[in-house]
Design a protein around this ligand. Structure first.
Ligand code: SF4
Length: 387
């Protein structure tokens, strides 16, 4: 019997166009027919997964779910009736708890009133919007098709249908970005009063046009150390500005108003089970990590193509728990560590943590060990010592 609720991720692999920095599984300019076929097949697989994990001894056998996340790609691009169909399958196959967080990702200029109403009707209570920047030149450099006005319009549409829990995603290290342009972007974002903001550094992912153009081709510093210093300085600026505005810096790249942390992402960061459905979706269930292939044609043909399956050893689980736990401002709960792994965290890792604590990069208090704000930017160095 499964007592702990899981998180459910549903992947929608379609976008209006392909951004030149993106290596997510997303197909540009899909036809309506393709999206309908995908939603049909995905609904079938959602029901199948519900049956697969269904237990005998629970009230109605369905697995309890406390977060559902429609990610992509661009879920707001789906025809509204397809979203309805998917949500119906999710509710039939899993036991969605009454206070579940149900998030859908949207891109500005792809969400219209009809879809916003369908989302509200289906119980979507959180939307994550890919705003990225408020500067025309930066949006253009990123190959984004929207303007800042579209972000404001989308937020208005969501509020009109009663969805107030809104995350805005931003990017750091964009070509042409300066401390002044970042300050302007974040000030405009704060003017929209989102409950949550994310700020991730632009990465040059292999296989993307940005990767092929390289740093120099993008007007970014060619030297990695200089690039890192610039990215850290922009990140520090974002932390200071959002902190002053009352947002809690609860994860390296994430900021929330009190009570509005992303519960879905916490599933991952706290190493709790989550199940991913759809092409390229990853899962971690009962100590096994597995991922679906990104082959959309194979998916539509009903084939089950695994990209990988990995049974986690205890060492893997410990390393992951430390690595993800230290991304959070709450850090690692020593009592939970002991109950999960039967190992005294401080006895094993304390000697490695002490030098960082002495430098003010880590702290130990209230039965928890965590990175400090000064420790976050050097988390990779600290983790390399610990695991
Ligand atoms: S909108 Fe998002 S998922 Fe789609 S191509 Fe751009 S970055 Fe990738």
């Amino acid at each position: 019997m499964r007592c702990q609720p899981i998180g459910l991720y549903v992947h929608i692999p379609f976008c209006r166009s392909k951004c030149p920095y993106c290596d997510f599984c997303s197909l540009p300019r899909p036809s309506k027919e393709l999206m309908e076929a995908y939603a049909r097949e995905l609904s079938r697989r959602i029901r199948r997964a519900g049956n697969h994990y269904r237990g005998d001894s629970e009230a109605d056998g369905r697995v309890p779910v406390d977060t559902v996340y429609f990610g992509g790609g661009t879920p707001s691009l789906l025809p509204p009736h397809c979203f309805d169909e998917l949500m119906e399958a999710v509710r039939e196959a899993f036991c969605i708890l009454p206070d579940a967080e149900i998030t859908a990702e949207a891109n500005p200029a792809t969400l219209f009133a009809e879809m916003a109403e369908v989302w509200a009707k289906c119980g979507v209570n959180r939307v994550s919007l890919g705003a990225q920047s408020a500067q025309e030149a930066e949006l253009k450099a990123l190959g984004r098709l929207h303007r800042w006005d579209d972000v404001e319009e989308t937020v208005g549409l969501l509020r009109d249908v009663g969805i107030d829990n809104i995350n805005l995603d931003f990017m750091l290290g964009i070509p042409h970005q300066t401390p002044a342009s970042l300050a302007d972007t974040l000030t405009r974002a704060l003017g929209l009063n989102p409950t949550h903001l994310s700020a991730y550094t632009l990465m040059l992912e292999e296989g993307t046009p940005f990767y092929r153009r390289g740093r120099m081709g993008l007007g970014l510093p060619a030297d990695e150390d200089t690039a890192d210093e610039q990215a850290i300085s922009l990140w520090e600026q974002a932390c200071a500005l959002l902190g002053e505005a009352g947002y809690e810096h609860y994860e390296i790249s994430n900021f929330a108003r009190e009570g509005f942390r992303s519960r879905h992402n916490l599933h991952t960061w706290q190493c709790r089970d989550y199940l991913g459905l759809g092409v390229a979706a990853h899962s971690c269930m009962d100590g096994v990590r597995f991922g679906q292939s990104s082959d959309i044609e194979g998916f539509l043909a009903g084939k089950d193509i695994a990209e990988f399956t990995e049974v986690l050893t205890k060492e893997d689980e410990v390393a992951e728990f430390i690595m993800l736990g230290l991304r959070l401002s709450d850090g690692i709960d020593e009592t939970e560590f002991f109950s999960r792994f039967g190992v005294d965290f401080w006895h094993t890792y304390g000697p490695l943590c002490i030098p960082f604590i002495e430098k003010g990069l880590m702290a130990r208090e209230g039965g928890r060990v965590r990175l400090t704000e000064a420790g976050f930017p050097v988390s990779n160095t600290i983790l390399a010592e610990l695991i």
